[in-house]
Write a protein that binds this ligand. Structure first.
Ligand code: NAD
Length: 495
């Protein structure tokens, strides 16, 4: 471990939550108890009750029954969603602490996640009053009116890495478009999800049943939701293999799906880039959320002439990163979110050591501060053989591979040598090249001389095995609508 191992200064006395508690009657869960624990310390964060099949039925039935007052009243939807955004901001300190305790991310990032979730909610609150169609004159006295209607009941299934942002990114546009919803949060981060949802559920004017929630594992609760006859659409964010499974199950009922899946993003640095910025960008790209982010720039691809210099500087910086408890404000990387995730990362590191050069990190951290948590020192590998699983698989942890390229065509070929297509970065001061390479890389977001900047107004989503559909922006709202054409013949009796 590099210099400056942290002392834990941020912890306050903490009593585990017992959820659902009073004010959480939107949660349908009467099954077995399960626990959520702190990945930094192993402490209990919350005790929750899982949902049974009967609970899933009840949640969906409530969502089916809730419909029309909500779908026909954009002003009400806007008011409720603005209220939710304000409540998120007002409760940011408590929510951020809970998010860090349950997920492990740094408290700084937890605050960014909550503020960003509030901002995205405000964006869609505005758009809630813009959900209407258009008309077209289609010939002599023939008019087409195209209505934009909600899909119906939307099941929102979320992962644990950015549990609030990814909840809001599907749930809020679904609600803004007039749908009713059933949410199933990840079992690793249920408490932060339920606590945030409670702020929405308590908004004055939200009709009963518009927001319901079920809890528990994906293979039981998630699957019964996806296969439920009352569900019209599934908005799923998670692993590609799970997404495929969800899509197959949804196909039995021909239910609509929106899938936001895994990634293995290339981050390409040309020799003409501003190297200081590219270096900082490469670190931000891979180490945000300890590498547990779908857009992680996990494959750094560097032009030959600067490869060795960049690798050396990167290795030195990485060895000095402060790994520790996310509640300590000086921590730069928290723990992995679960023991399973830590074990997966260490397995890839072990494989990497046998086939490539480990340039930094890659150890399970030990000692008083680390023993109870899922800590791994961030790892960098170079000299990887073609076809290495470290280059191919989404590891979802702080593991960076570094490859070299000879020319632009080589860089593009390496960048596109993946089954995924969620995001990419490129660093160059040559605008023509930025345009050419940006167009040639097959991914939903290409960051040029920056990384990990998201804007509510702009769509994100995946090419290839990274997903189906788009989120954020106007398209992220329209995903949750159907269009209906009413065709009027004015020569007949109507006008
Ligand atoms: P996961 O696929 O294991 O689980 C995601 C959610 O699906 C959880 O709520 C889980 O309980 C549920 N689930 C699991 N099996 C299910 C099934 N058979 N039927 C229905 N639901 C089921 O993913 P994860 O480990 O929670 O999250 C990490 C993954 O999410 C990574 O692959 C990451 O790239 C991806 N991700 C993608 C985006 C994006 O925008 N594309 C954003 C964040 C995370």
């Amino acid at each position: 471990m590099g210099a400056g191992a942290p002392t834990i200064t941020g912890r306050t006395a903490w009593r585990a939550l017992r959820l659902p508690a009073a004010g959480h009657d939107f949660v349908h869960a009467r099954g077995d108890l399960f626990e959520s624990t702190d990945p930094a310390t192993g402490e209990l964060v919350a005790v929750l009750q899982a949902s049974t099949t009967a609970d899933v039925d009840a949640a969906v039935a409530a969502a089916v029954a809730a419909g029309s007052r909500w779908s026909s009243n954009g002003e009400l939807r806007a008011r409720v969603l603005y209220g939710f955004a304000q409540a998120l901001r007002a409760d940011a300190d408590r929510l951020a602490e809970l998010l860090t305790r349950e997920q492990g991310k740094t408290i700084h990032e937890a605050h960014i996640e909550i503020a960003g979730s509030a901002k995205m909610t405000e964006y869609y609150a505005g758009l809630a009053r813009l959900v209407y169609g258009r008309s077209a004159v289609l010939g002599d006295e023939v008019t087409g009116v195209v209505l934009r209607e909600p899909v119906g009941v939307v099941a929102v299934i979320t992962p644990w890495n950015w549990p609030l942002t990814l909840l809001v990114r599907s749930l809020v546009p679904a609600l803004a478009a007039g749908n009713t919803t059933v949410v199933k949060p990840a079992s690793i981060t249920p408490a932060i999800s339920v606590e945030a949802l409670a702020l929405l559920a308590r908004q004055p004017g939200l009709p009963d049943g518009v927001l319901t929630c079920v809890l528990g594992s994906g293979t039981t609760v998630g699957e019964s939701l996806v296969g439920h006859d009352g569900v019209d659409m599934i908005a799923f964010t998670g692993e590609t293999d799970t997404g495929i499974r969800v899509m197959k199950r949804a196909a039995d009922g021909l239910r609509k799906v929106a899938l936001e899946l895994g990634g293995k993003a290339p981050n390409v640095v040309f020799a003409d880039a501003n190297l200081d910025k590219a270096l900082a960008g490469a670190e931000n790209a891979i180490f945000t959320t300890c590498g547990q982010i779908c857009t992680a720039g996990s494959r750094l691809i560097v032009e030959d002439s600067i490869h060795d210099e960049l690798l050396e500087r990167l290795a030195a910086n990485t060895a000095g990163l402060r790994v520790g408890d996310g509640l300590d404000p000086s921590t730069q990387l928290g723990p992995l979110a679960s023991a399973a995730q830590r074990d997966k990362v260490l397995e890839y590191v072990g494989r990497g050591k046998t086939e490539a050069t480990l340039v930094a990190g890659g150890a399970a951290l030990e000692g008083e501060l680390y023993d109870a948590g899922n800590f791994v020192s961030p790892a960098i590998f170079a000299d990887l053989p073609t076809g290495s699983s470290l280059l191919r698989d989404e590891i979802f942890g702080p593991v960076l591979t570094v490859q070299r390229f000879a020319d632009e065509a080589d860089a593009v070929a390496l960048a596109n040598d993946t089954e995924y297509g969620l995001a990419a970065g490129l660093w160059t001061q040559n605008l023509d090249r930025a345009w050419r390479v940006g167009r040639a890389i097959r991914a939903g977001t290409i960051w040029i001389n920056t990384y990990h900047h998201f804007y509510d107004e702009v769509e994100v989503g995946g090419y290839k095995r990274s997903g189906i559909g788009r989120q954020q922006g106007l398209e992220g709202l329209y995903e949750f609508t159907e269009t209906k054409h009413l065709n009027f013949d004015g020569k007949a009796t109507l006008w």
